[in-house]
Design a binder for this molecule. Structure first.
Ligand code: UDP
Ligand code: MG
Length: 305
């Protein structure tokens, strides 16, 4: 059986086409399947639409979360519900084409892979957003030390052992494409062009994207801490030496004439320290979130049979 997991947040206008194309694509594989639609606290008519479909076709299951928990939490809820031998993660705005599920499944059936990742050869975003995506994905691929990760998002198919491994990663701060790369297994990829979203605006505002990027970076890397540390080391050496030099130098101008540079230096150092405390604070906060151990989401109601 194939399970298709789709997070939905206010996608009322897209759902009809999304389900029509997804069901057609799944039927074409000739395998049994289920579609798990995770309603992530939509405030439009998305849930009603989903339940309507569920009532007519029980292969379409709906998880209604108790409020909006975010894209990654919604995916996680759906992955935990998945019963399939093969599980597909796909966005619900048709940026990932359902028609690719067939080719993904075929690639999986070649027996060479446990995970098949959608590999974006192009993206539809433009302008500032596109630039930010580019910077993030380059940085993150560098952190993971995985060149390929640069062009991988959530769209992917996992077999049962790979999914079980992914499900064992219980951290609250999660960036699934990173975790999926982390579990290893034999990973392959399928090239595709990422479409523009079918209708409506991106549901993830810049603020959320930044948050997601921070989650990804801070939970996979101590690069930010290392940057602080090495900058500190450089400062110690440079200013240490400068201090020693000054010890042996006769003061030329009276100190009172040069108070500005002293003040600026002071404020500059203070700001550097504040920024670094902020970076360390981010790790402390993430550690704190983990110890709180709150569930990532609550399911208000599951329509699964
Ligand atoms: N989504 C979600 N919860 C949210 C935000 C988005 O479940 O809080 C869903 C959304 O409905 C879509 C997918 O996640 O199916 C990707 O969202 P979006 O297109 O806004 O993200 P982007 O393409 O900009 O990464
Ligand atoms: Mg999108």
């Amino acid at each position: 059986m194939i399970s298709l997991v789709i997070p939905i947040y206010n996608e009322e206008q897209v759902i009809d086409e999304l389900l029509r194309r997804s069901l057609a694509a799944l039927e074409k594989t000739g395998q049994a399947f289920e579609v798990i639609m995770v309603d992530d606290g939509s405030t439009d008519g998305s849930l009603q639409k989903l339940l309507q479909v569920h009532n007519e076709d029980k292969r379409v299951k709906v998880l209604e979360l108790s409020r909006n928990f975010g894209h990654q939490a919604a995916f996680t809820a759906g992955l935990r519900q998945s019963l399939g031998d093969y599980t597909v993660m796909m966005d619900g705005d048709l940026q990932d084409m359902p028609e690719l599920i067939g080719p993904m499944y075929e690639k999986m059936m070649s027996g060479q892979y446990d995970i098949v990742n959608g590999y974006r050869t192009s993206r539809a975003e433009t302008g500032f957003r596109a630039f930010l995506f580019m910077v993030f994905h380059k940085l993150f691929a560098f952190i993971l030390d995985n060149r390929e990760a640069e062009n991988m998002g959530n769209f992917s198919m996992l077999n049962r052992p790979a999914l079980e491994a992914l499900k064992q990663l219980k951290e609250k701060t999660r960036y699934l494409p990173g975790l999926r790369s982390y579990v290893g297994f034999r990973q392959g990829s399928l090239d595709y062009d990422r479409e523009a979203r079918a209708e409506g605006k991106a549901k993830m505002r810049l603020k959320h994207l930044m948050g997601l990027a921070a989650d990804a970076i801070f939970s996979f890397s101590r690069l930010p801490i290392k940057v602080c540390f090495y900058l500190g080391l450089v400062g110690i050496v440079v200013f240490g030496l400068a201090g020693i030099v000054l010890l042996f130098e006769e003061p030329t101008t009276p100190l009172t004439h040069d108070y500005k540079s002293i003040l600026v230096g002071l404020y500059f150092l203070g700001s550097v320290q504040l920024a670094f405390i902020g970076i360390i604070g981010e790790y402390v906060f993430k550690g704190y979130k983990e110890t709180q151990n709150r569930p990532m989401y609550f399911v208000r109601k599951a329509y699964v049979d």
